[in-house]
Ligand binder design. Structure first.
Ligand code: AAT
Length: 292
């Protein structure tokens, strides 16, 4: 009808809106940081929504959580110490626990309500918190990383929300500097990096910052996640100075690990072929993202 509707006003994707049919609202609360909603959808299972943005659905969380975890962890020989930023649902933790080389996992999530809600409504993901290697820190990742010991981690996974609200500072240069400092030489970062259909500017900015901050290799990868805006999500992979990391050809292939560790659930999305394929980029992206 030509009127500007409130649904089309999200600054991350102006002019479009995304919808799922709601069977029932299971939880609605307001934390210190954001509005938290869980609902049962008609076709994607339960859905976690923060400030009106879908964070995960039971049907397609596998694509995002498996990729954001195994892209970095399969790219280095024997990851031992890992940090997760955000990820309060526990899904990334439960993926990390497939790797038997891991000795210590820190997670820094800002919002206790996300953790509590996940334990109640997404027990298959929140089971990640039960791994004895996991150490939970509830607080702002910006603060946590300012105080993190230099060179502590083999890998850092930034599973954070979009840069509106509590995650705003997580795309700025000072934050990336603290991430690089907290990594060991040859350590790797995998950062949620938005949609190539919607955010080429943001991707360009993030890659430019990372080129200045990280002295190793920098690559962009992506995967299909139907319930994220535009149906895709990207991952920015960076390594620090040190032994070079060949992100496109996993040195620590998951197929070998799967034989060694019996995990509670089978992988649904990730395998070594998907890993390498994720780095193939459309021509428009190469052209628009100058820093690539
Ligand atoms: N694995 C589910 C996918 C997510 S969840 C992102 C998490 O990051 C949320 O639980 C949020 O509370 C947390 N978070 C946001 N800001 C901070 C911060 N400053 N410090 C620590 N944790 C934070 C991400 C989905 C991406 C969706 C893309 N459209």
């Amino acid at each position: 009808d030509g009127k500007k509707r409130v649904y089309f006003n999200n600054p991350m994707w102006p002019g479009e809106a995304h919808s799922l049919q709601v069977e029932s609202i299971l939880f609605k609360g307001k934390s210190e940081f954001q509005e938290v909603v869980v609902f049962e959808s008609t076709t994607y299972g339960k859905v976690l929504v923060l400030d009106g943005i879908v964070q995960l659905t039971e049907k397609d969380e596998c694509a995002y959580q498996e990729m954001i975890t195994h892209l970095p962890l399969c790219s280095i020989p024997s990851p031992k110490t890992v940090l997760v930023v955000g990820g309060g649902d526990g899904g990334v933790l439960s993926e990390i626990s497939r790797h038997n080389s891991i000795e210590h996992i820190d997670i820094c999530e800002i919002d206790q309500m996300v953790i509590d809600v996940s334990k109640e409504f997404f027990p298959d993901l929140a089971i990640g918190f039960e791994d004895p290697r996991v150490h939970l820190h509830v607080g702002d990742a910006v603060e946590f990383l300012r105080r993190a010991p230099r060179g502590k981690y083999d890998a850092i996974i930034v599973d954070s929300s979009d840069p509106v609200g509590p995650a705003q500072e997580l795309v700025e240069k000072p934050f990336f500097e603290t991430l690089a400092k907290a990594l060991k030489p040859g350590g790797v970062l995998c950062n949620m990096a938005e949609s190539m259909w919607l955010h080429t500017h943001l991707i360009d900015d993030m890659i430019s910052i990372c080129r200045e901050v990280f002295k190793g290799s920098i690559h962009y990868a992506w995967a299909s996640v139907p319930t994220y805006p535009s149906g895709v999500i990207g991952f920015l992979l960076c390594s620090t100075e040190g032994p070079p990391v060949d992100f496109k050809n996993p040195i620590n292939p998951i197929e070998k690990l799967e034989g060694a560790v019996k995990h509670k659930k089978d992988l649904k999305f990730y395998n070594s072929e998907m890993h390498s394929a994720a780095f193939a980029l459309p021509s428009f992206l190469r052209k628009e993202v100058k820093a690539l």
